[in-house]
Design a protein around this ligand. Structure first.
Ligand code: ARG
Length: 460
């Protein structure tokens, strides 16, 4: 395709250089945003008397046919074009003649690409939020079903205290709520229009940047044109938010892998979200969860790549900035692929309640409750803690658990122990009495579910 910028040079570049320079391979996904931006630009130029109304009409009609033809497939993108902006402008001029050449008045590709990217990513945030809401609803449903299911809670990956599976699931819901919140926060700073900054210094034409921003649904304009064309903070913020989100998914997936394995056997993933082995007939592998865990690395990589591109970049636009898109698109695509898969897994796994309960019965998960029992009988916590520790040591010697250690053994450790210690340290009781806010008791988990159900509706 002929170079629209041929002028100072004859525009005859090496094919090698052209291919290297071109971004159309990856920026064509912003075609519709580019057209929306151009429509608003032409409208503003006409309102300001910079562009004759008949030219504006021709541009709007021409751009509409391009938008429609791209959607229907009647127009295919010429991959030899330099980028999507050049391609659309060229097709427009081919279709409507000279009026097309007036569109780029008081605009540069520098503000144009910054605009397209903001418009495009705002749309992607909508989609990500929709996926998050679905995932959160699924978590709430499963947590509701499992609000009284007891399993071991871990610290240091050692059995610590009994918790409910509903409580456990809600922990991930809280993380995802924050992820949604971070996306909304990112969108606030994305919601700033760079169009009208032009190449770097603004323009001599009497443009109305506020009006153009309003046409495009932005609530603010970039107040400094140098910053407007070179700011990619919104990409870095999005990548950061997505990295944190993936870190959460990865932690969750790590546990789905562990908990579905034979060592734990707390859950079973549905066949629909597992794979077999080509050699070992017995295998049922959690490939989807492993892939989500693995893909976390590439999203972190995308964040690092962009931070490094931006580091040391002088003002204002530099072609290095073209490297922003592949990182940010890759991260968005990756997260968009992971969220529905995780949702499918969570929607369909079965919970092995008996195995969870059995695991919670060994490992002295009720030792804290034994200490608390003595505290209720008047002992200071530190002294009670010591006696409970001695009881655990005794059980280890006798190869029994706190629930089966005879009362006369307890009596040797403290005469405050009575028959009522046994119901006080039952797993059900341990869970039932953890009624502090945020705790594992059923009522407390119900409150957490209610909170998530309310807050997820704000993730829009
Ligand atoms: N394809 C370019 C990009 O993604 C568009 C902006 C080009 N601007 C320029 N001055 N060469 O950054």
């Amino acid at each position: 395709m002929a170079k629209l910028w041929a002028g100072r040079t004859d525009g005859k570049t090496e094919k090698l250089a052209d291919d290297f320079n071109s971004s159309i391979r990856f920026d064509q996904r912003m075609a519709q945003e580019d057209i929306r931006g151009s429509m608003a630009h032409a409208t503003m130029l006409a309102v300001q008397g910079i562009l004759p109304q008949n030219d504006c009409d021709a541009i709007l009609a021409g751009l509409q046919t391009i938008a429609d033809d791209l959607k229907s497939g009647a127009l295919t993108i010429d991959e030899t074009s330099e980028d999507i902006h050049m391609f659309i402008e060229q097709v427009l001029t081919d279709r409507i003649g000279d009026a097309g050449k007036r569109l780029h008045t008081a605009r540069s590709r520098n503000d144009q690409v910054a605009l397209d990217l903001r418009l495009y990513l705002k749309g992607e945030i909508e989609t990500l939020l929709t996926y998050l809401r679905t995932l959160l609803s699924t978590l709430c449903r499963r947590a509701e079903e499992e609000k009284a299911t007891i399993l071991p809670g871990y610290t240091h990956l050692q059995r610590a205290q009994p918790i409910t599976f509903g409580h456990y699931l809600m922990a991930y819901a809280m993380m995802l709520l924050r992820d949604g919140d971070r996306l909304i926060d990112t969108r606030k700073r994305m919601d700033v229009s760079p169009i009208g900054c032009c190449a770097l210094a603004g323009t001599t034409y009497p443009t109305d940047r506020q009006y153009e921003a309003k046409l495009l649904g932005f609530s603010k304009i970039a107040p400094n044109s140098l910053d407007g064309v070179s700011d990619r903070d919104f990409c870095v913020e999005l990548l950061s938010a997505l990295s944190i989100l993936m870190m959460h998914l990865s932690r969750f997936c790590e546990e789905l892998i562990l908990y579905s394995g034979w060592e734990f056997r707390f859950i079973e993933l549905s066949d629909a979200y597992t794979t077999g082995s080509s050699i070992m007939p017995q295998k049922k592998n959690a490939d989807m969860a492993e892939l989500i865990r693995g893909k976390t690395g590439r999203v972190y990589g995308d964040l690092m790549a962009l931070l490094t591109v931006l580091k040391g970049l002088p003002l204002a636009y530099n072609k290095d900035l073209q490297e922003d898109k592949e990182s940010v698109f890759d991260a968005v695509d990756t997260v968009k692929a992971c969220l529905p898969v995780l949702n499918g897994m969570l929607d369909t796994f079965t919970v092995k309640r008996e195995n969870m309960f059995a695991a919670a019965q060994t490992g002295f998960l009720n030792a804290t409750d034994l200490a608390d029992y003595l505290v209720r009988k008047g002992l200071p916590f530190r002294s009670a803690y010591k006696i409970a520790g001695q009881a655990v040591a005794l059980c280890t010697q006798k190869q029994c658990v706190l629930d089966t250690l005879p009362l006369n053994d307890y009596k040797k450790l403290s005469d405050l122990f009575e028959e009522d210690l046994y119901p006080a340290i039952s797993l059900e009781q341990c869970v039932k009495t953890r009624i502090s806010e945020g705790g594992t008791a059923v009522g407390s988990v119900e409150k957490q579910i209610a909170l998530v159900r309310t807050e997820l509706t704000d993730l829009k």
